[in-house]
Write a protein of this length. Structure first.
Length: 180
């Protein structure tokens, strides 16, 4: 499994990394004191509260709309409105950010669940990574935290963080990105 960081604007190439890269970014942002270590908020419920859709039908509709299975009876207009409402709530939930605009919410790099990283959040990440990369003491601390030994491992860390910093800087100037 891996992470795909997908820009929300055209013209910026996506950034892919193995799942373990999340611990590298987590520790780099923590080293720069730019991380809010927070649990993800609870997502919206399906079907939405007040929707009159039986559980079995709701499960079948969800699987159909998420592209997993065909459905026998076409969705009604009310079911379509309920799903649209759910999708809007899910987008707002995925865009949840830290209450502190100088910090990045850790849950957005803890999973590849489609989190939306705004342009402002991408700037926080880019600036924090730039600070770690520019400060030899912070970078050495990060390498120690990650238990890296040898010049090749440290050079690989620097290269990976610089690529991710550059990606975030581009997305900060655009519309942010999604984490898949």
């Amino acid at each position: 499994m891996s992470f795909s960081f997908v820009p929300r604007a055209r013209g910026v190439a996506k950034f892919s990394a193995p799942l373990r890269f999340s611990s590298v970014v987590f520790n780099a942002l923590a080293t720069a004191d730019a991380l809010e270590d927070a649990a993800a908020p609870e997502g919206p419920s399906w079907p939405p509260t007040g929707a009159r859709i039986a559980r079995a039908r709701a499960d079948a509709l969800f699987a159909h709309w998420e592209g997993e299975e065909p459905i026998e009876r076409p969705p009604t207009a009310a079911e379509q409105r309920a799903y649209q409402s759910f999708c809007e709530a899910r987008q707002r939930w995925r865009a949840t950010s830290s209450a502190d605009p100088t910090k990045f919410a850790s849950f957005k790099i803890a999973s590849n669940d489609g989190w939306i990283v705004s342009a402002a959040e991408a700037k926080v990440v880019a600036d924090a990574l730039a600070a770690v990369l520019a400060d030899d003491e912070q970078f050495e601390l990060l390498a120690d935290i990650l238990d890296l030994a040898g010049d090749a491992a440290v050079a690989s860390l620097r290269k990976g963080l610089e690529r991710f910093r550059a990606f975030n800087a581009k997305c900060a100037a655009a519309e942010g990105y999604e984490v898949w």
